[in-house]
Design a protein around this ligand. Structure first.
Ligand code: FEO
Ligand code: CA
Ligand code: CA
Length: 558
């Protein structure tokens, strides 16, 4: 079988821009439920893990980032902070990924952060609610500010005396924005271009086996709109909510892709072969022969789960994109050449990839309830997919889907699908979004209840109060239970959990605090409580005794 724990290092944030050092239990192969290192060490580590005491935080509507006993946090970077003399940190940070510059020092490296979208009230001084037809009142200056504040940031950070700090003016520091030129990794131009302008709606992401960042364009239709086709294949432009296309005539087809960023040069490319839809994330696994498998979900009601399997080593271009039929456990190839139903509807494979959703539906892909983050269990190799909710289908609390590829082969064409855990009051969480496994195999999970339904009477989300970070421990008396570890500031969502290579820090985004603010003088949140007295999205570093105890790597090193 293909399953190899060593490959999981990259998913766990243990990769570096130098050589990879594998923690002991990750280097051994197999598919069982107990890490090898635990077995080989007279179960000392396992006994320690079983004894970790976790205090479950109560739901809270307090305007602060609250952490359970044994954890503390400091802010690493927040909106508008300078990264160099020219550039500032963007808005609404989501996915984070940290790569040390070399493998000798896990405390010095490059942090990648996604900037998903902007709140014009904060970013461009424009209040949509003031106008009946707001798009008629937008200015070029506002759009330019908004385009600058999406995309991503690369910033060098170092840990000194227990605190992560940015290295201002480091030559690696740069912004990727809504205006950065980005090449298309495809042989045929799209809407006449092989280089397009900018990236936006960068939600979650991933990392490649060759240590580059992946950033995923999710709700791209909000910025340049979308092209919709009727039953006669006649195209209509559906306008965006932000109205950028009224100032810059970039076609919607240039957005909705997985984007790869080279950490050192900052060069970027969009991967057409992975399809075009509201990509939440991209989770890549390297097979023994260096071909790759990339899992990616379409975060919209009743959309689908996909995987790309490459036909060449280290390629995100040559290969086949499949969509999941979870009812029958089959990966269906989105292959124009060999699928008559696709040949009848589309001109060629490029059109299939641009209109992936339509192609997936023609093949009979299973509708899922907003597939968001995807992570691979480092101990079993099973694939976990957050299904956040689907209010249209009365699924208010979502669930986590478990995919077991046949014989553990990631390039298998068949699999078994089951529900791992369902959201709801019984399990203490609602609307699962980002997932992250730590080195002991504990599963960390954030929630994404929307700002307009959180803490609202007569809404099903009332008992859960603010969005939170949870952990599902693998060992001990709480094994399999959902424990609330952190509670977000008001209106915020916690996103982008990423462990540092020494397992001592959990990087976490605090996105859209105070999102429901109507008047800047009276914001609904003031987190992170700086001198500006307004809420600011920020990346924090969570450290402390508890995180170290839960992480086997530290115990091996100890
Ligand atoms: Fe941007 Fe699906 O969360
Ligand atoms: Ca998300
Ligand atoms: Ca994740």
């Amino acid at each position: 079988m293909e399953y190899n724990r060593r490959k999981f290092i990259s998913f766990l944030g243990k990769a570096s821009l130098g050589a990879i050092i594998a923690p002991p239990f990750l280097t051994s192969c197999g598919n069982n439920t107990t890490p090898t290192a635990l077995k080989n060490d007279n179960n000392t580590h396992l006994e320690k893990l079983k004894k970790v005491v976790l205090e479950n935080l109560l739901p809270s509507d307090e305007d602060d980032l609250l952490l359970t006993k044994g954890l503390n946090y400091h802010t690493v970077i927040k909106w508008r902070d300078k990264i160099n003399n020219l550039d500032t940190f963007g808005f609404n940070n989501d996915f984070t990924c940290f790569l040390p510059l070399d493998d000798k020092n896990p405390k010095d490296g490059l942090l990648w952060v996604n900037h998903e979208y902007v709140n014009p009230l904060f970013v461009s001084d424009f209040n949509f609610k003031e106008y009946k037809n707001p798009l008629q009142h937008r200015t070029l200056e506002q759009i330019d500010k908004e385009m600058y504040n999406v995309g991503g940031t690369i910033v060098r950070i170092k840990e000194e005396d227990g605190k992560w700090k940015i290295v201002k003016n480091d030559p690696h520091n740069r912004r990727i924005t809504g205006k950065t030129p980005i090449t298309l990794n495809w042989d045929i131009p799209i809407k006449g271009k092989d280089t397009v302008i900018g990236t936006n709606s960068n939600c979650s992401g991933g990392i490649t086996p060759w240590n580059t960042f992946l950033t995923c364009e999710e709700n791209y239709d909000g910025f340049f709109g979308e092209t919709q086709y009727d039953e006669n294949n006649v195209a209509t432009h559906i306008p965006s909510s932000y109205g950028w296309e009224n100032f810059y005539k970039y076609p919607p087809e240039h957005y909705g892709w997985v984007v790869e960023i080279d950490p050192k040069s900052g060069s970027a490319q969009k991967h057409i072969a992975l399809g075009r839809f509201a990509h939440e994330c991209c989770t890549v696994y390297e097979l023994k022969d260096k071909r790759v498998v990339a899992y990616t979900g379409d975060d919209s009601n009743s959309e689908h789960l996909y995987k790309f399997v490459s036909s060449k080593p280290n390629s995100l271009k040559d290969g086949t994109l499949y969509v999941a039929d979870t009812k029958n456990g089959k990966w269906l190839p989105l292959d124009w050449e060999n699928q008559p139903v696709l040949k009848a509807k589309f001109k060629n494979q490029t059109e299939v990839l641009i209109r992936t959703r339509e192609a997936a539906k023609l093949l009979g892909a299973t509708e899922l309830n907003r597939p968001e983050d995807i992570e691979i269990d480092p101990i079993t190799g099973n694939i976990f997919v957050s299904l956040t909710n689907n209010k249209d289908k009365n699924d208010f609390h979502g669930s986590i889907l478990k995919i077991e590829e046949t014989n553990g082969n990631f390039d298998a064409l068949t699999f078994k699908a089951s529900t791992y855990i369902a959201g709801g009051e019984e399990n203490g969480f609602s609307c699962p979004d980002n997932l992250a496994f730590d080195l002991s195999g504990n599963l960390w999970m954030t929630s994404d209840m929307s700002g307009d339904s959180m803490n609202k009477k007569n809404k099903p989300y009332m008992p859960f109060k603010n969005n939170s970070l949870f952990v599902i421990p693998r060992y001990g008396e709480n094994a399999g239970k959902v424990i609330r570890i952190a509670s977000a500031p008001r209106d915020a969502e916690l996103t982008g959990p990423w462990f540092s290579p020494d397992g001592k820090t959990l990087f976490l985004s605090v996105q859209h605090p105070g999102e429901q603010t109507k008047d800047l003088k009276n914001p609904t949140s003031k987190w992170p409580f700086d001198e500006d007295n307004i809420p600011k999205p920020a990346v924090v570093a969570i450290t402390g005794d508890l995180i170290e105890k839960m992480n086997l790597l530290n115990q091996i090193e100890a």
